[in-house]
Design a protein around this ligand. Sequence first.
Ligand code: MLT
Length: 310
Amino acid sequence: MARVLIADNLEASAAETLKKLGVPVDHRPELSKKPEELKAALREYDAVIVRSAAKITAEMLENPGKLRAIARAGVGVDTIDVAAATRKGVVVMNTPGGNTVSAAEHTIALMMSLARLVPQADATMKKGGWDRNKFVGTQVTGKTLGVIGLGRIGREVAKRAAGLEMKVLAFDPFVTPDKVAEMGYKPAASIEAMLPDVDFLTIHVPLTDETKSLIGPNELAKMKKTARILNVARGGIVDEKALADALKAGTIGGAGIDVFSVEPIVADNPLIGAPNIVLTPHLGASTYEAQENVAIEAAELIANFLLKGI
Ligand code: MLT
């Protein structure tokens, strides 16, 4: 009988779903922090489910043993060496839909936090302060949100921004300008073209060789001094050093960042000391609803693969 390993912190519903479907499963979240033990364990199971903490490297897949499938309870598969898995005939699956709304809501939460300086005001009050003049924010109504990437999450963010009566300017190389206009947003000819016009910029693309440092010093230099940047997609898409420099120089108004080039964040990450920034530790998908959705979705994918070959 095929056996499944859950090697990450996943909602109990993943194991429950597999058990209900008659698939034996072991939940060993501690393996996500022990790469050598994870490597050895992978060979003993037919399939593994991971979230963000467990990284599946080419070296771990050199001798995959029984392993036939990997499911990521999330959208991005950048924590898995997909090319190495494919070479070894190990199928890699993801759960693209389950955390869309949560990621979009977190983007809006960061945008509102930046607009109204909520974290800064909160921190001051907890030290006994009452500084009303220091925390004068900005309305988002009537402001322009630039959306790069109109996939599932980008579309949900755009929809919410439109609900807040923001003007949405969008660019996605895979969505035609007519389709963008049909959705009710203003199409931008390119990223470069949208930058001077946006008050907030949000990025919803995967991290690839093409999107690494998509927003770097040149792009930041084209933006308004008051513009604020949001990244709930992947660390490294916004060049961290360039962003920290721009925040320090006051050539960018603020940033809300949920994802980092190295996670967990390292002490010398330049964003830690930067002004006008709100940081969260990769919380985009961290809601009960999203975690439940992706856990069940990943379990069902693996069960279907093992039981029905689909
Ligand atoms: C994703 O790729 O869907 C998220 O980053 C998942 C997560 O928070 O682990």
